[in-house]
Design a protein around this ligand. Structure first.
Ligand code: NAI
Length: 345
């Protein structure tokens, strides 16, 4: 029996993990709390922890887990910026779910974009009150517009295909361009200057943190629509708000937010929100916020549970390799993972 402390458990996670765990003698201990230095003790007698995007798996937490004898950190997300993989190296294996449904995220990005530019969110509220006026609902065609896609990995490429279906012109930026893709890659500055819509699909790294800052916004077209379904910290939210107030940014569609950790995924409707910046953004008529929801489809939830359970099984199989391991052995996590045929250490 493999015992797994499952942090930040939500009602929609539990059925698929219970189902897949029961097939393989894996016992999940579902915990509502997030993993951090204060809650790490809840994993004391477990073999592994299963974490999501807002669990704080820093070096201190990793050291404590290591002392408890925890052997595996199983991320049930693609992004892993919240885990200090370097600190875990040599002590605890780290696995993630590289792709569970890139379609879910790419389709959500387009859903946000369409909602925003066709004012669907406003129309929905109006017609519920029998207000059938069209004043103020004028949108614009996506057809013929230029979309700048930052990050042409799994999700970015699907979003590009969707945009092409709408007859949009696509330009891209990625420091590691996809070979033979036929995509039109440009420098980041050029992408900022030419795009009517900018959609972010790169991971959060030291290089990408605040890649959308005041200077970048200054460089953009007036009226640009920014879509972020990747990680909140790609955008300097203060600069975004200033850009909106200055009427430089036409609209922002945000599924992620830099300071989302204590807010998103929770029902705070009866509380005073302690984040003035988020409150201000949400109050803007041209900002749509969803609560890190892009991944949330039935297909994705099932794939996440299935892949996580397989990852756990493979890591506890002494002879095998650790499926989907994030290895820091040579300091380049992505490349190392692609080349290896055995466990990281
Ligand atoms: P991926 O690894 O397939 O693609 C990421 C791409 O970003 C790669 O092509 C990489 O070369 C590129 N990249 C790396 N550094 C860059 C830089 N400095 N500038 C621009 N591009 C750069 O990842 P995938 O599956 O497409 O996911 C992308 C991101 O989406 C994840 O890192 C995660 O943060 C986010 N995500 C959000 C979800 C949500 O529910 N909102 C769910 C799943 C992922």
């Amino acid at each position: 029996m493999i015992k797994v402390a499952f942090y930040d458990a939500k009602a929609y996670d539990i059925p698929s993990f219970e189902q897949h765990g029961a097939l393989h003698d894996i016992q999940f201990r579902f915990l509502e709390t997030k993993l951090n230095a204060d809650t790490v003790a809840l994993a004391k007698d477990c073999d592994a922890v299963c974490v999501f995007v807002n669990d704080d798996v820093n070096a201190q937490v990793i050291e404590q887990l290591y002392e408890y004898g925890v052997k595996l950190i199983a991320l049930r997300s693609a992004g892993y910026n919240n885990v200090d993989v370097q600190a875990a190296f040599g002590k605890i294996h780290v696995v993630h779910v590289p792709a569970y449904s890139p379609y879910a995220v790419a389709e959500h990005a387009m859903a946000l974009l369409l909602t925003s530019v066709r004012r669907i969110h406003k129309a929905y509220n109006r017609t519920r009150e029998f207000n059938f006026s069209l004043n103020g609902l004028t949108g614009f065609d996506l057809h013929g517009k230029t979309v700048g896609v930052i990050g042409t990995g799994r999700i970015g490429r699907i979003f590009i295909d969707i945009c092409k279906g709408f007859g949009m012109q696509v330009i891209c930026y990625d420091p590691y361009p996809a070979a033979d893709s036929g995509l039109s890659y440009v420098a980041l500055d050029e992408l900022f200057a030419r795009s009517d819509i900018i959609s972010l699909h790169s991971p959060l790294t030291n290089e990408t943190r605040h890649m959308i800052d005041a200077d970048a916004i200054e460089n953009m077209k007036k009226g640009v629509v920014i879509v972020n379904t990747s990680r909140g910290a790609l955008i300097d939210a203060e600069a975004l708000l200033e850009g909106i107030k200055a009427r430089k940014i036409g609209a922002a569609c945000l599924d992620v937010y830099e300071e989302e950790a204590d807010v998103f995924f929770e029902d705070l409707s009866g509380h005073i929100l302690n984040d003035d910046l988020l409150s201000r953004l949400i109050s803007m008529p041209n900002v749509i916020v969803t609560s890190h929801q892009a991944f949330l489809t039935e297909e994705a939830l099932n794939n996440i549970a299935e892949t996580t359970v397989n990852n756990i099984l493979s890591c506890f199989n002494e002879n095998g390799m650790c499926e989907n391991e994030l290895c820091y052995r040579c300091g380049k996590i992505e490349q190392c993972r692609k080349e290896r045929k055995e466990k990281c250490f």
